[in-house]
Design a protein around this ligand. Structure first.
Ligand SMILES: [Zn+2]
Length: 204
């Protein structure tokens, strides 16, 4: 009995420690928490509107609370036969400044003077893939800067509107907010209050 009691105490202590070690505001690497996402980090390649590789390597860093909500959302999608494909997560403020120089339009790029939720570790740029890994048709590519990227644009075929609706519905259900002019961008609720950041993650 005593052994069982010690065993239970041990587990209680370990789980308590696990809960207290990582604060909600701590930046963490998604891959430490889930392997169920498809990563296609566009800014770690030259395949983006900057035409420049602005991240040294591919990684999805976010505040822990954002990671938790994102994993929950992905679990919902997995139950429906889909998975989240990620284009961007946390983005250092210096990268935001580069983007603003190229596209100084707040509909598509946040002004670095105020900062983006990406700079706060609370925003993700995502789409969905099916069980074969094929991306669902969302009507435009990621970072297409035009009205067609907006949630209000309804002149698409029904399957496209349905795909966007599915993405939005599950993300909103898991604590995220959509962004009117970009179907791919989601902010964790309340993330605006978090501080801007400019650290660069380690590449091994
Ligand atoms: Zn975004």
């Amino acid at each position: 009995m005593k052994t069982i009691f010690s065993f239970v105490c041990f587990f209680f202590a370990v789980s308590l420690q696990a809960q207290t070690v990582v604060a909600d505001s701590t930046f963490v690497n998604l891959k430490e928490y889930s392997q169920d996402f498809v990563l296609d980090m566009k800014y770690a390649t030259t395949d983006n509107f900057l035409k420049a590789k602005v991240y040294e390597c591919e990684a999805c860093y976010l505040r822990f609370k954002t990671i938790k909500a994102l994993v929950e959302a992905n679990n919902d999608f997995i139950r429906k036969g889909y998975r989240i494909k990620i284009f961007d997560c946390y983005r250092p403020l210096d990268v935001q400044k580069k983007m603003w120089k190229i596209v100084p339009d707040a509909n598509y790029v946040a002004n670095p003077a105020r900062g983006s939720i990406h700079n706060r570790g609370g925003a993700v740029d995502i789409t969905l893939v099916d069980e074969t890994g094929t991306a669902l048709d969302m009507g435009t590519s990621f970072d297409f800067f035009g009205p067609e990227s907006g949630h209000d644009f309804k002149e698409f075929a029904k399957p496209i509107l349905k795909n966007r609706k599915l993405l939005k519905k599950i993300m909103l259900r898991n604590g995220f907010e959509s962004f009117d002019s970009e179907w791919w961008h989601y902010n964790l609720e309340g993330a605006k209050k978090d501080k801007l950041s400019n650290f660069n993650w380690q590449c091994n």
